[in-house]
Design a protein around this ligand. Structure first.
Ligand code: NAD
Length: 347
């Protein structure tokens, strides 16, 4: 069965990787990208798809109901992958307003438009609304706590994670109230090509290349699970095609690592792969900075459900994914050089 998929946030980091994944894996499907092109959206991420006959880009906001109604009906969308969001925790601490606007109100508008379209089409059973969310909705773990599972109570600690938690609850409610065929995924930290340089891994790669300090919050002992973005895309694909509507699936990379250890791994790979570096060994650039307020200590994912029910597991190790990522940033200076002004603190 071919699908006509609307991908929101498709000019962002995960979204653009997902658009590439979908166009390559299902060349007969129609792919429509809706993106407002905020600071995090970048048409360069998608430019190699311009010649693809089944791909179309639409600039617009997920809060624009008339635009949504028009797109869903005129394009006969049957599948919606919702990745548009304000996604950076530090920005949510400084200015939470747009996080509420896009992540909660925008998701609500999208749900309402999709429900209306689904009802107008006589509630087809193959329609799907996939909501892509984060493990940060579960809060913070102590070092000896078991990893987050799909039944872990929500306990968000930042305006970002609270706004994502709010949107998750709305999506869940639309299944239980209206039987809208929704799916939710909660995943760990992604890394890979096209990631905006305000986030930890590209920031560290680029600061090493530029000989700038490598800022690490607090004592660097915060633990994160890292998921290679292309593995995340294959998981989202699996959930759309094989997931059960109304269900939530946690997606993880089986790669729990302390922030300091992660940065040291990147330093080693950069020292090995980069032809000339201003400071070598690059570990000398590591600098500890004042901790982020409300900084969650540890995130870890129990991804047993998606492994056992949908037979998905990550395909690359952290070492392999980091090498591929470092190589991508080394090979694509024309992509990141125009974004240099954004390089600062990150995670
Ligand atoms: P990103 O910030 O790189 O991209 C977000 C995209 O959404 C951008 O292209 C932006 O222009 C677009 N956008 C923002 N507001 C919009 C609006 N109102 N209307 C239309 N488009 C809008 O984000 P990302 O890292 O690719 O994350 C994608 C999704 O995955 C988000 O929902 C995020 O919460 C979730 N997520 C991300 C991670 C991660 O590590 N990056 C981890 C877990 C979950």
């Amino acid at each position: 069965m071919t699908r006509t998929i609307l991908i929101t946030g498709g000019a962002g980091f995960i979204g653009s990787n997902f658009v590439h994944h979908w166009c390559k894996t299902y060349p007969g499907d129609r792919v429509i990208v809706l993106d407002a092109l905020t600071y995090a959206g970048n048409l360069d991420n998608l430019k190699d798809l311009n010649a693809h006959p089944n791909y179309r880009f639409v600039e617009g906001n997920i809060g624009d109901r008339p635009l949504l109604d028009h797109l869903l009906a005129s394009e006969q969308i049957d599948t919606l992958a919702h990745l548009a969001a304000e996604s950076h925790v530090d920005r949510s601490i400084l200015a939470p307003d747009t996080f509420i606007q896009t992540n909660i109100n925008g998701t609500f508008t999208l749900l309402e438009a999709f429900r209306h379209h689904w009802v107008t089409q006589n509630t087809p059973t193959h329609y799907r609304f996939l909501h892509v969310s984060t493990d940060e909705v579960y809060g913070s773990l102590d070092h000896d706590d078991p990893p987050f599972s799909e039944t872990t109570p929500y306990a968000p600690n930042s305006p970002y994670s609270a706004s994502k938690a709010g949107s998750d609850h709305l999506v869940r409610a639309y299944y239980h109230t209206y039987q809208l065929p929704t799916l939710i995924t909660n995943c760990s930290n992604n890394y890979g090509p096209y990631q905006f340089p305000e986030k930890l891994i590209p920031l560290i790669c680029l600061n090493i290349l530029l000989g700038k300090p490598l800022p690490i919050y607090g004592d660097g002992q915060n633990v994160r699970d890292w998921l290679y973005v292309l593995d995340h895309c294959s998981a989202l694909d699996r959930v759309i095609h094989q997931g059960t509507p109304g269900e939530t699936y946690n997606i993880g990379g089986n790669n729990e690592v302390k922030n300091l250890d992660l940065v040291q791994m990147i330093c080693q790979i950069m020292d090995e792969l980069a032809p000339s570096l201003p400071v070598r060994p690059s570990q000398q650039l590591i600098t500890f900075v004042k901790d982020r307020p409300g900084h969650d200590r540890r995130y870890a994912i129990n991804a047993h459900k998606i492994a056992s029910q949908l037979h998905w597991t990550p395909s690359v190790t952290l070492e392999e994914g980091l090498r591929a990522t470092v190589e991508w940033y080394l090979d694509h200076p024309h992509w990141w050089q125009p974004l240099g002004a954004y390089i600062g603190l990150a995670e």
